[in-house]
Unconditional design. Sequence first.
Length: 144
Amino acid sequence: MALSMQVDIVSAEGEIFSGKAEMLFAQAANGEVGIMPHHSQFLSQLKPGTVRVVSGDEEDHFYINGGIIEIQPSVVTILADTAIRAADLDESQAKEAKQRAEEAMENAKSEIDIARAQVELAEAVAQIQAISKLRDRLQKTGMS
């Protein structure tokens, strides 16, 4: 049996995932990190993006809008303002949010408006990427 670690993904709305995993991938502040059981202790901010939790042949995808990841040798905790199962994301809403953010950037009148629009754009793009990664995975496994 493969080594596993406890993974908890928690958002402001509550716990979205709690279970054992053999690997986890997330978008840390300085790039993607891959975590396996007995990883060294680590604390980092997370960028908006996909979190992949791998356990055996199962792979769960989640979208988070950013947050913090804490890694202990046998426990990984992700705290995010928003965490959504990738399968529950709405592609048309994400594309509309991306378009609104692009328009907001074009019409921004201050640096604060630009920064706010950039955050909204990054979140929308991350949602679209999460949907795309999930769709690709489903096509590869013949589950689409």
